[in-house]
Write a protein that binds this ligand. Structure first.
Ligand SMILES: Cc1cc2nc3c(=O)[nH]c(=O)nc-3n(C[C@H](O)[C@H](O)[C@H](O)COP(=O)(O)OP(=O)(O)OC[C@H]3O[C@@H](n4cnc5c(N)ncnc54)[C@H](O)[C@@H]3O)c2cc1C
Length: 392
């Protein structure tokens, strides 16, 4: 066991090391090694994950974690973090997490605020891996400024008629439904609502987007041309969409922070193995002090990020107000990850630049972590606001 080992016990009461969580970690490692690693390069080339993977993950109970029992869920956010961690440490990737666990951003609003009928139609089958959901907030004209969305939903009898477009939508080409932020009222955040839009409705069109990384996670632009959606698909009350989105951002940000430190940790492990076996000038790279120190620094960044994010996660799960710390945790983990993946590629030399070499994929995949779920700059805005530094 090394100091980097995520399973290293800290105390007898360490929330991460209960017998159940050790079992969960072992199950995720087996799942990743059998069901993901042998196929990952193929999925990267194809540009999406197979639906069968969702069903397998659902049958193992992995998709239910972090959702309320009343909606078919199980476990808590520490469990979902642990699954994300282990999936990446066992040879998966943040791209797999994005595509396989999109329901973690698409379905929680429905589970928490949707009618029992919506929960039955969308949440339960999603947690079983039978349906795929997406979250549609970002538009061609607005991203960080969520209150600025312009996709309109106009009430007409028992329906809404939706017109507009969403872009950069994760799992958007495969999704059966999109939990869509729409404007039902006037300008600003009070006019935003959440509406579940099935993607087979007339007027919905989707275009696949190509990206720098996360190749196995499909991404789409989705346009809505006078799409009729039953008013019963509204999640919570009209005008409550912005509040719901903000509440759920917390778990998305934590998930991205976990992906960041786990990717960093995986890259440390890959670089240690590489430095031991790669010889230059008649000696292994690992014998050079500059290389040993560089890897030591990589390990420090990964470990410090993991420790802080996990600490914030435990306090979040206990119900503490961690809005500021959560923004700090995301930025700290992303900064650590960005530096570590860059060093991992550098220490792999030319091999680190080659398609099919794992650190190259992590290097590309990592770049989105400081953009999605609230950018680094927006996280700094949150922190500055909490410090009493109001902008114009
Ligand atoms: C691969 C991928 C997957 C995604 N998945 C989804 C998804 O499933 N659903 C979804 O709804 N969205 C998704 N997104 C969108 C993502 O959430 C947005 O890209 C992100 O919120 C930033 O919005 P934007 O791209 O419009 O950038 P902008 O908001 O235009 O920002 C551009 C730059 O300006 C900075 N900036 C903006 N405002 C300020 C300010 N006030 N002060 C200082 N700097 C500022 C930003 O930090 C950024 O650096 C995804 C994006 C990608 C690339």
């Amino acid at each position: 066991m090394t100091a980097l080992d995520a399973a290293a016990p800290v105390s007898a009461h360490d929330a991460w090391e209960t017998p159940e969580r050790r079992e969960l970690r072992a199950m995720v490692r087996r799942f990743t090694e059998r069901e993901i690693v042998p196929h990952l390069e193929e999925w990267e080339d194809v540009g999406e994950l197979p639906r069968a993977l969702h069903r397998t993950a659902g049958s193992l109970g992995l998709l239910a974690l972090g959702f309320p029992e009343a909606a078919g869920g199980d476990g808590d956010h520490l469990d979902t973090a642990l699954v994300t961690e282990e999936l990446i440490l066992a040879g998966g990737s943040s791209g797999v997490c994005a595509g396989l666990f999109t329901h973690g951003i698409a379905a929680p609003h429905i589970a928490a605020n949707g009618s029992p009928e919506l929960v039955d139609r969308f949440v339960r089958p999603t947690l079983r891996g039978e349906l795929i959901g997406s979250l549609g907030i970002t538009e061609p004209g607005t991203g960080s400024d969520v209150a600025g969305i312009t996709t309109r939903a106009v009430r007409d009898g028992d329906d809404y008629v939706v017109t507009g477009a969403k872009t950069f939508i994760t799992s958007g080409t495969r999704a059966d439904y999109v939990t869509t932020a729409v404007r039902t009222g006037g300008p600003g955040h009070r006019g935003v609502s959440l509406l579940v839009v099935e993607t087979d409705r007339p007027g919905v069109a989707r275009t696949r987007l190509r990206k720098m990384g996360w190749h196995c996670s499909d991404t789409a632009t989705i346009s809505y041309d006078e799409v009729r959606v039953p008013a019963a698909n509204l999640v919570g009350a009209e005008g409550s969409g912005f509040r719901q989105i903000m509440e759920r951002f917390a778990s998305e940000r934590l998930s991205l922070a976990v992906q960041a430190y786990a990717t960093a940790q995986r890259c440390v492990e890959l670089t240690v193995a590489w430095a031991r076996q790669r010889e230059t000038f008649g000696a292994p790279l690992s014998s050079r002090q500059v290389v040993r120190h560089r890897i030591a620094q990589m390990a420090r960044h990964a470990t410090v990020a993991r420790t802080y994010v996990r600490d914030v996660l435990v306090r979040y799960e206990a119900g503490a107000d961690v809005v500021t710390e959560l923004a700090m945790a995301k930025n700290a983990a992303v900064e650590a990850c960005d530096w570590v993946v860059d060093q991992a590629v550098q220490l792999h030399g030319g091999a680190g630049y080659l398609h099919g070499v794992e650190v190259e994929r992590h290097y590309r995949d990592a770049r989105i972590l400081g953009i999605g779920g609230g950018t680094n700059e927006i996280m700094d805005e949150v922190i500055a606001g909490r410090l009493g530094l109001d902008g114009s």
